[in-house]
Design a protein around this ligand. Structure first.
Ligand code: NAP
Length: 246
C-alpha cells in the first residue's frame, strides 16, 4: 500500500508514534523514526522494522526547535531525496488547573504540540510542492475538540492543530497534497498510564464503545490517510475515539 514511500514520523520512539512507524513500514514505507530523548527506544523501533524486512532510520530532533527540525529535514532529503508522508505525532502534556498552571508549562506544550507541527509542515512544504504530491497527517486529540478540565494548554495546542490542518489543506489542495488530522480519544500509552484507575473508569464511562483505544487503532487510521485510498480526503479530522466526540 505504501511501497517506495518515504515517511517521517515525529515522536516515534514510544506510544502511538512507535506504532504508526511500525504500521507504515509494514505497508512498505521507508520510515524516519524521529525522537527527542529516547535514543535507545528509537533504535529498537528501527531494529524491529528491519527485522520485519523493512527499511528505517532514527533521527534525533526536538520538534519544538525550528533549527533542529530544519537540520532533520535536510538529513532526510540527503539520505532519501524525497518526503511523501509527514506524520506530526510528537506531543506532550503538562496538566494543571488554570490557577496552578505556570506560564512555562503553557508555553512548553504549545512549543512542542503546536509550533512543532508548524515547523515540520513548513519544512516539508516546498519539498511536497516540488513533488506535486504528499500527505501530511497531524495528530490532534479529542481534548482539542471537546476540551478537558486541567488541560487548557493541551486543548489549545490540539485545537490549534486542527485549525492549521484545515488552513494548510486549503493552501495545498490544488497541488495534489492532502492535509488531515487524526483525533485520538483515550489511547493506552505511557501518556495515559499515569491516570488513576478511578479516572480511567470515569473516562471509560464516557466512551460509547466502552473501552480505551489501542495504539493500533490510531496507526491504521493514519496509514489509511497516508495511502492512495484517501486521495480525495483533505482538511478532515478523523476521530479515533470510540465515539467520544460524536
Ligand atoms: P507518549 O507515549 O508520551 O510519546 C510521546 C512521543 O513524543 C515520544 O516518542 C517522545 O519522544 C516524543 N516527543 C515528545 N517531545 C518531543 C519533541 N520535542 N520532539 C520530538 N519528539 C518528542 O505519547 P502518546 O500517547 O504516544 O501520544 C502521541 C501523540 O498522540 C501526541 O501528540 C498526543 O498528544 C496524541 N494523543 C495521545 C492520546 C493518548 O490517549 N495517548 C490521545 C490523544 C492524542 P522521546 O521519548 O524521544 O522524547
Amino acid at each position: 500500500m505504501l511501497n517506495r514511500k518515504i515517511a517521517l514520523v515525529t515522536g516515534a520512539s514510544r506510544g502511538i508514534g512507535r506504532e504508526i512507524a511500525l504500521t507504515l513500514a509494514g505497508y512498505g514505507a521507508t520510515v524516519v523514526v524521529n525522537y527527542n530523548g529516547s535514543k535507545e527506544k528509537a533504535q529498537e523501533v528501527v531494529q524491529e522494522i528491519k527485522d520485519n524486512g523493512g527499511n528505517a532510520i532514527a533521527l534525533q530532533a526536538s520538534v519544538s526547535k525550528s533549527e533542529e527540525v530544519e537540520a532533520m529535514i535536510k538529513e532526510v532529503m540527503e539520505q532519501f531525496g524525497r518526503i511523501d508522508i509527514l506524520v506530526n505525532n510528537a506531543g506532550i502534556t503538562k496538566d494543571n488547573l488554570v490557577m496552578k498552571m505556570s506560564n512555562e508549562d503553557f508555553d512548553a506544550v504549545i512549543d512542542t504540540n503546536l509550533k512543532g507541527t508548524f515547523y515540520c509542515m513548513k519544512q516539508v512544504y516546498r519539498i511536497m510542492l516540488k513533488q506535486k504530491s504528499g500527505r501530511i497527517i497531524n495528530i490532534s486529540s479529542v481534548t482539542g475538540v471537546m476540551g478537558n478540565a486541567g488541560q487548557v494548554n493541551y486543548a489549545a495546542s490540539k485545537a490549534g492543530v486542527i485549525g492549521m490542518t484545515k488552513s494548510l489543506a486549503r493552501e495545498l489542495a490544488s497541488r495534489g497534497i492532502t492535509v488531515n488530522a487524526v483525533a485520538p480519544g483515550f489511547i493506552e500509552t505511557e501518556m495515559t498510564e499515569v491516570l488513576s484507575d478511578k479516572v480511567k473508569e470515569a473516562v471509560e464511562g464516557q466512551i460509547p464503545l466502552k473501552r480505551m483505544g489501542q495504539v493500533k487503532d490510531v496507526a491504521e487510521a493514519v496509514a489509511f490517510l497516508a495511502s492512495d485510498k484517501a486521495s480525495y480526503i483533505t482538511g478532515q479530522v478523523l476521530h479515533v475515539d470510540g465515539g467520544m466526540a460524536m
